[in-house]
Design a protein around this ligand. Structure first.
Ligand code: 4AD
Ligand code: MG
Length: 463
């Protein structure tokens, strides 16, 4: 009978029929006159069995790992006591090599293991992707993005696609990638926030999933030079609404992933002990977080007037207590989340530490020790630290000009952003979530570099 062409992931519908499957040889094992192959096509893994003393089996001895090939035969349920992916195996009666791959010592798989030099792994990322773990992370990433979109759409946010080539900075000039744009200066975007704000009067609440770029010379587990930024912006909300929205986004998205058989299996494979966080998330003001750090003896490195870390005569960092006005740096933040062990909203950072657009907090908690706090929040997750940064935005035009001035920004190129305050301003706020950081949390990866298809970090833009 004629064979049915199928992807591995859809085979279950064709049990006990003749099927034809193409893919790459993931594993290969010979046992007397039987050859067992695990075939991979991206949708799943299939056990393929070549048996019988046909001429074909002798040829099959020349098959190598990572060759591509097509196999035709009967799809049989595996007998009791035996296991095979999907619960079935393909008993082959005809096969064809499509693209051969160097076997033996020339096979790239020989170069990849737990002890492989990270720079070799980075150079061979295109081949690393074929592995079971790397491909599972990327499959989960795809499911995660779909689930995020689903959640946001169900809360009436509309997806837009802002530009990557821009002429304004959002998060300060220090981390901008500058480029020549037809003889004029332009940058790669750091955040689409300002564009999302302009969409509110036109489209209502909006979100985007867009690449953001940061020229940060940070060689850490959680910094990339290019990352996928999920940003949302909502009109006519309060600061409390904003934090509740972020919490809802995360929890509903995780619920969707765990309710889906395929994505739940990926989470189980990558992060067996994952438990979704419970609501509401802990909320801790910046001022009380500083007290908390002092109480827990978590210190920061002393800095000189140029913000360089101070060291003692032996070259050891000089550590001091945190005080009001200090930035809570990555190391302290991580220790804090590890001790607390669940998501934390840190909110109310001093205006001096934050960008020009952040709305100031009012009321008795709005100032302390000469610092003015803002309606800003960072969501910290165990194992990663900051995953989301958000805030309410300045709605008042005069206040916005004061913000430009404080940050030394020339308002000229921001005329379109300023115009939002001129033509019917509104209370509004939004946030940005680092997709790779969220995935590092969900899939329990050591670094965000494992959560990007082709990660970019200082000095690395290949492959
Ligand atoms: O805290 P950030 O800089 O905030 C903004 O860009 C706001 N304009 C977003 C907004 O309100 N629309 O960045 C937001 C998030 C961070 O919490 C972090 O998860 C991620 O983006 N992020 C990075 N991820 C990987 N590598 C980097 N270098 C990152 N910088 C920020
Ligand atoms: Mg931030």
């Amino acid at each position: 009978p004629k064979a049915i062409k199928s992807k591995i992931g859809s085979l279950v519908a064709h049990r006990n029929k003749r099927v034809r499957v193409s893919g790459w040889i993931h594993r290969l094992r010979q046992q007397k006159d039987i050859i067992f192959i695990v075939l991979r096509d991206g949708t799943g893994y299939l056990q393929v069995v070549l048996t019988g003393l046909t001429a074909q089996i002798y040829q099959a001895l020349t098959l190598t790992i990572e060759s591509s090939a097509e196999f035709t035969g009967e799809l049989k349920e595996v007998p009791e006591g035996k296991t095979a992916p999907g619960g079935h195996e393909l008993v082959v009666d005809y096969w064809k090599l499509l693209g051969e791959s160097p076997g033996g010592d020339a096979a790239f798989t020989n170069q990849l293991n737990d002890k492989t030099d990270p720079s070799i792994l980075a150079d061979l990322r295109h081949l690393v992707l074929r592995g079971e773990t790397a491909s599972a992370v990327l499959r989960l990433r795809s499911a995660l993005l779909a689930a995020f979109r689903d959640t946001l759409t169900s809360h009436d946010l509309l997806e837009v696609t802002p530009p990557c080539l821009v002429q304004t900075s959002v998060e300060g000039g220090a981390t901008l990638f500058k480029l020549d744009y037809y003889g004029q200066p332009a940058y790669l975007t750091q955040s689409s926030q300002l564009y999302l704000e302009t969409c509110l009067p036109s489209l209502g609440d909006v979100f985007c999933v867009q690449e953001s770029f940061r020229a940060e010379n940070s060689h850490t587990r959680r910094h990339l030079s290019e990352y996928t930024h999920l940003e949302g912006e909502l009109a006519f909300i309060t600061f409390d609404d904003l934090m509740t929205h972020i919490e809802t986004l995360i929890c509903e998205t995780l619920d969707k992933l765990l309710a889906n058989h395929a994505s739940a299996a990926l989470i189980k494979q990558l992060n067996p002990s994952f438990v979704p966080p419970s609501r509401p998330f802990l909320r801790l003001s910046y001022a009380s977080a500083i007290d908390w750090l002092v109480e827990h003896g978590i210190k920061r490195q002393e800095e000189d007037e140029h913000e360089n870390g101070v060291v003692d005569a032996e070259g050891k960092p000089v550590m001091v207590d945190h005080k009001l006005g200090d930035d809570i740096a990555e190391a302290a933040e991580r220790q804090m989340t590890d001790i607390i062990g669940k998501p934390v909203f840190l909110y109310g950072f001093p205006a001096e530490l934050k960008s020009f657009y952040m709305k100031k907090m009012t009321g008795p908690d709005g100032t302390k020790g000469g610092y003015t706090f803002t309606e800003s929040c960072d969501l910290l997750m165990p194992n990663v630290g900051e995953i989301v940064g958000g805030s309410m935005r300045i709605a008042d035009m005069e206040e916005l000009f004061a913000g430009y001035k404080r940050e030394g920004i020339d308002p000229t190129s921001y005329y379109w952003f300023t115009d939002q305050r001129k033509y019917g301003t509104c209370e509004h706020g939004g946030y940005g979530l680092g997709v790779e950081r969220f995935l590092a949390y969900l899939a329990n990866r050591y670094t965000v570099r494992e959560c990007s298809l082709y990660p970019r970090w200082p000095g690395r833009a290949t492959p």
